[in-house]
Ligand binder design. Structure first.
Ligand SMILES: CC1=C(CCC(=O)O)c2cc3nc(cc4[nH]c(cc5[nH]c(cc1n2)c(C)c5CCC(=O)O)c(CCC(=O)O)c4C)C(CCC(=O)O)=C3C
Ligand SMILES: [Fe+2]
Length: 377
């Protein structure tokens, strides 16, 4: 990797979701391969997808994001590849190689550090390169930095939070709690997130505080800020980040809270965790408890978010450009440290055992890592 320079493609990297009833089980097998997820949990998640016709909203949202990115970056071909469903990253990277792409900026639809949200995508990109036949052109795949505290993500979420507050009944509004939601993680994954550990909860807290401060600037009201979690999985013997959003709503109702706004910062579009775990399960529970509650929109294809991606690509072309970030945690590093987000017992072996050099760079192998590297993180 060189300091700055040309970029000849953008690769949108995401999770992937099923697009019809027949896709649900094969998709879940892809997601849970090698993971200790109880069969009962898999069946329950399959049922959630079936409630929505077996179709996740996620792929259509990525199609919309790709279209917005094409409009915003007309000079670059925009490719799209997923971890768990077609179009698969391995196929997309093979297509990019055949098209002669030399250096692609990779935008991953996940704002925060964790194994699932950062490292595993780097593993996927490295795996897609390693799967190319010997002798074919290997594009350089450069993952753009984590964007949790970028104004292009935070500012639209402030607007969405204000809109959700305005949807509450007037008497619930001024004292409403802001419950910032994110995907739960096993405590071991959370503790191992980022280069020094605990990056996931710290980044969530930083973003929640930025959004709450933005709301206060506009309304003059300082709302209570909490981080809550959805979509806990895994066996009951393993501890995950808590509190669960529904449990916390029950506690707030019991304590006589005025109201609550769910602000889904952990996801960039309204996918299954949002439309099912928040809109169906959590909001229904709040209604049953008599607690006024609304849910803020996700960032989706907000023009500021799309412009942020363009800005991150420009940073790659010209490292002297300002690197916008709103919290003391950022701007996040361009290259992850070797064991960043590596929980004990998950993932591939440490680098150094016959990996192609591009793979070693993506995986943050210190011995071969060159080029742009931030100071913090
Ligand atoms: C941090 C995080 C993100 C955010 C970062 C990112 O965006 O990557 C995320 C995203 C997503 N997770 C998704 C779906 C699923 N996640 C699962 C399982 C798991 N997720 C985990 C964490 C995360 N997941 C973890 C620790 C597990 C346990 C197994 C494991 O250690 O890997 C399972 C298996 C069943 C279950 O266990 O619930 C499913 C079906 C979808 C698609 C939604 C749609 O279809 O709209 C998306 C975007
Ligand atoms: Fe990381």
């Amino acid at each position: 990797m060189t300091g700055g320079g040309e970029v000849d493609a953008l690769l949108l990297v995401s999770f992937g979701g099923p697009e019809g009833p027949d896709d649900v089980l094969p998709f879940l097998r892809n997601v849970t391969a090698g993971r200790a997820i109880p069969p009962a949990r898999i069946e329950a998640v399959a049922e959630q997808y079936r409630m929505f016709g077996g179709r996740s909203p996620l792929n259509d949202q990525n199609r919309a994001l790709a279209a917005a990115l094409r409009a915003s970056l007309p000079e670059l071909p925009v490719y799209w590849g997923n971890r768990n469903w077609a179009p698969y990253l391995t196929d997309t990277v093979a297509e990019m190689s055949a098209a002669g792409v030399r250096r692609a900026a990779c935008f991953v639809t996940s704002a925060f550090a964790s194994h699932s949200g950062c490292r595993q995508y780097r593993e996927d990109l490295a795996g897609a390169l390693a799967a190319l036949p010997a002798g074919t052109q290997r594009p350089e795949l450069v993952k753009l930095r984590l964007f949790f505290d970028h104004p292009g993500f935070v500012e639209p979420m402030i607007d969405h939070c204000l809109a959700a507050l305005a949807d509450l009944p007037v008497k619930a509004r001024a004292d409403a709690h802001l419950l910032f939601t994110a995907h739960s993680l096993p405590l071991s994954q959370s503790a191992a997130s980022g280069p020094h550990g605990d990056a996931y909860p710290r980044q969530l807290r930083a973003v929640a505080d930025l959004i709450a401060a933005g709301v206060e600037r506009r309304t003059g009201v300082r709302h209570p800020v909490e981080i809550v979690f959805c979509s806990r999985s895994g066996p009951p013997s393993v501890s995950w980040l808590e509190p669960d959003v529904g449990d916390r709503l029950a506690e707030l109702a019991a304590a006589g809270a005025a109201g609550a706004v769910l602000v889904p910062i952990g996801f960039v579009s309204d996918h299954m965790e949002v439309v099912h775990d928040l809109d169906v399960v959590a909001l229904r529970r709040a209604r049953g408890l008599g607690l006024p509650a609304t849910r803020a929109g996700t960032v989706g294809t907000d023009p500021r978010f799309v412009a942020m991606v363009r800005e991150l690509v420009d940073e790659l072309r010209d490292p002297t450009l300002p690197r916008r970030s709103l919290s003391v945690l950022g701007p996040w590093t361009d290259v992850c440290a070797p064991h960043c987000c590596q929980p004990p017992g998950i993932g591939r072996q440490p680098p150094g055992s016959g990996l192609v050099p591009e793979t070693a760079i993506l995986m943050g192998d210190g011995a071969t890592m060159t080029g742009r590297r931030g100071e913090k993180g």
